[in-house]
Design a protein around this ligand. Structure first.
Ligand code: DAH
Length: 344
């Protein structure tokens, strides 16, 4: 064999081996195999070119090319296997779970303070024999006002307080329309409370929110007196706010009751000495109430000569604020979990 040819073959071999050393992935190896040993690969072409050599040279060159081919094939295969093994090891390692790691505690949801207050207040009234009734939040002016003896032209009907939604309807401004709906739907006697959302066109501040909750109460049957009202309200206020609570029952005006009364509790912030919360009086109003007005009974077809009743309406946020000493109603609606979790 010519010295030149021998050298070319060994140069080819070392070039192939060097490339092999650099191929770091099974894909690179495959590409290398095609380039060297494929149908148009460099070694293959070397073997195809044998025919153009001197017959005497053919065996030696053929043998050398075949040896390189065999060696390269074997090395390729070995390297491919080891690369695959490393890759699998790496993948397994990435998937490994450390079962000794401490767990991540899931954060558990909590009832909203208003939901808890509504539930607690509802339970108190259930215990006093009241059942829960409901009504729509979108109301007719008739149920929200007229049937409650609030005539047209009354300040409470003005746009500034009421949110109208079109079609002559409005967002109820209090839960009192549920009184009307309950009495329209069945004859006396009845004893209901109606917890629910109300809406007023008020700018939010520490004591006002355009959305808020009330609980309405209504008891109607023969022989109901102001004494029943007073006793019921005392039971309720003491059950929720504390047994030794100082209470004050004083006259108040609402178109749908006669006589009307408001219930005050001694201010929890100043203990009755007088502060901004109680507007200096030391007392905080917690509800409006009274004996159902005959005009209301007439609107629903009840006979005011035969039955009497009492009604009341209280603000749920106001009650919860007093119980938990919460200074600002907006806290209920901002949904800062640091606040919500404290009351849970
Ligand atoms: N509806 C009144 C309000 O929103 C509260 C109220 C006062 C309800 C007297 C009553 C009542 O049932 O008798 O301010």
């Amino acid at each position: 064999m010519q010295g030149g040819l021998r050298e070319r073959l060994s140069a080819l071999e070392s070039e192939a081996l060097e490339e092999l050393g650099r191929a770091g992935t099974p894909e690179a190896l495959e590409e290398l195999r095609v380039r060297w040993l494929g149908r148009k690969g460099r070694i293959t072409r070397e073997l195809q070119a044998l025919g153009s050599l001197e017959p005497a040279e053919r065996p030696a060159v053929g043998e050398a090319a075949n040896r390189i081919k065999a060696a390269l094939t074997e090395l390729l295969e070995a390297r491919r296997e080891s690369l695959l093994a490393t890759r699998e090891e790496r993948e397994l390692a990435a998937e490994r779970l450390d079962v000794t790691l401490p767990g991540r505690a899931p954060r558990i949801g909590l009832p909203h303070p208003l939901a808890s207050a509504l539930e607690e207040l509802t339970e108190i009234f259930r215990g006093l024999g009241f059942e829960v009734a409901g009504g729509p939040e979108i109301e007719t002016p008739y149920h929200n006002f007229s049937a409650l003896n609030i005539p047209e032209g009354h300040p409470a009907r003005e746009e500034s307080d009421t949110i109208f939604v079109g079609g002559g309807l409005l967002l109820r401004t209090h839960t009192s329309p549920v009184q009307i709906r309950a009495m329209e739907s069945r004859p006396p006697p009845l004893r209901i409370i109606a917890p629910g959302r109300c809406y007023r066109n008020d700018a939010p501040d520490a004591t006002h929110s355009p959305v808020f909750y009330q609980i309405e109460g209504l008891a109607v049957e023969e022989g109901i007196t102001l004494g029943h009202l007073k006793w019921t309200l005392e039971q309720f206020a003491r059950a929720y706010l504390g047994a030794d609570l100082a209470l004050r029952f004083r006259p108040g005006y609402f178109p749908f009751v006669e006589p009307g009364a408001e219930l005050d509790v001694a201010c929890i912030f100043c203990g009755g000495r007088g502060c901004a919360t109680g507007k200096g009086s030391g007392w905080i109003e917690i509800l409006g109430s009274g004996m159902v007005h005959p005009a209301v009974f007439e609107a629903v077809g009840y006979d005011p000569e035969r039955v009497s009743g009492f009604a009341f309406g209280t603000g749920v946020e106001r009650m919860a604020m007093l119980k938990h000493r919460i200074p600002d109603i907006r806290l209920f609606y901002e949904n800062d979990v640091r606040f919500l979790a404290q009351l849970a």
